[in-house]
Ligand binder design. Structure first.
Ligand code: SAM
Ligand code: SF4
Length: 322
């Protein structure tokens, strides 16, 4: 078990397997974003080796993310390999859903435990406006297929004033009618997200309670993250809130991150971490990897300092994986 200096149990790693994507969300990856050359991206066997070391240290949950993880070839094979590692008891995926319908069977066969799909709007034209691509129907088909397959699924929406706030009631209704968790994640001042103003989840909570008078806070925890969940009488699903900026949850942080280049990040905000790719490619042993990772985790920052730029990472969200 890994316990850091602030008595937090670290049992979860988010792994970005590519910095590339088939969408161009305005706040994440505008058209002119430069990509990391292929040789600097971790190979699958390097990722698996790192996860084995992490599992021995006490990490038991893995999220595969990106960029868009499903654009990297044989993503399902990687998921299967991670799933088979002793000590890993949950493997989940975060995707934009564009390739979900076609890849879902392979992902489920690989043992994928749950899926998060990002969706900021329920309107086709607006979807194209936000993501740069006219693939709303394709994404909705992916979501429908996943829903029908019964795999646990959460929908992640980043609310932005003036862009999709008018759709909150439609998102609420979705959770009323279907057994899905619809979650709202505050925009964080990371990468291109820095030019946006974060819409507080408190406002969404107020709107939810105003729409559904019997609404209540749920005491169950869903998944591995910091979301707080609400429901209301007659609801099949839940509404989740992740107040990353306005309702800081760093004291309960359970995670580390591995970028597609093999940099082990200790906090989403901070540049603090260790370059595992260099270690691996210069021939280190698993014991050395384990020792370095163990020591690094003791340096995990106490909390983020969004906005004040102290020790901030310069990586973009697409490189970190959210
Ligand atoms: N492509 C996949 C997807 O969209 O789900 C996985 C990677 S994406 C970087 C992961 C999540 O980060 C998405 O839900 C996206 O909306 C969110 N995201 C990107 N930039 C963000 C920011 N500045 N603040 C909050 N969330 C952000
Ligand atoms: Fe791609 Fe996800 Fe970033 Fe959108 S949020 S550009 S889908 S990585």
């Amino acid at each position: 078990m890994i316990i850091d200096h602030f008595n937090r149990q670290i049992d979860y790693v988010r792994i970005s397997i590519t910095d590339r994507c088939n969408l161009r969300c305005k706040y994440c990856m505008p058209e002119d974003v430069p990509f990391v050359p292929h040789e600097r991206i971790l190979r699958y066997e390097e990722i698996v080796r790192i996860v084995k070391v992490l599992a021995d240290l006490g990490i038991s949950k893995v999220k595969v993310t990106g960029g868009e993880p499903l654009v990297r070839r044989e993503c399902a094979d990687l998921i299967q390999e991670i799933h088979e590692i002793d000590g890993i008891d949950m493997v989940t995926l975060t995707t934009n859903g564009v390739l979900l319908k076609e890849q879902l069977p392979a992902l489920q066969e690989a043992g994928l435990d749950a899926i998060n799909v990002s969706l900021d709007t329920l309107q086709r034209e607006r979807y194209q406006e936000i993501t740069g691509k006219d693939v709303f129907e394709q994404v909705m088909n992916g979501i429908k297929t996943a829903y029908e397959s019964g795999i646990p699924m959460k929908i992640n929406c980043v609310p932005v004033q003036g862009e999709n706030i008018d759709e909150l009631p439609a998102f609420f209704e979705w959770a009323r009618q279907k057994n899905v968790a619809v979650r709202f994640i505050e925009m964080m001042p990371i990468g291109y997200g820095e030019i946006y103003k974060s819409y507080p989840v408190e406002e969404i909570r107020k709107e939810f309670f105003a729409h559904y008078p019997g609404a209540y806070l749920m005491d169950k925890k869903l998944g591995n993250g910091p979301a707080v969940y609400y429901s209301a009488p007659g609801f099949a699903g839940e509404i989740g809130m992740i107040g990353a900026v306005h309702e800081k949850f760093c004291s309960g942080c359970n995670r580390i991150r591995l970028t597609s280049e093999g940099f082990l990040k200790l906090c989403l905000y901070s540049g603090e971490g260790v370059d595992l790719r260099s270690m691996i490619r210069s021939g280190c042993t698993d014991e050395e990897l384990a020792q370095t990772i163990g020591q690094a985790i003791t340096r995990k920052p106490k909390e983020h300092h969004f906005g004040d730029h102290i020790d901030a990472d310069t990586r973009k969200m697409s490189q970190i994986g959210g």
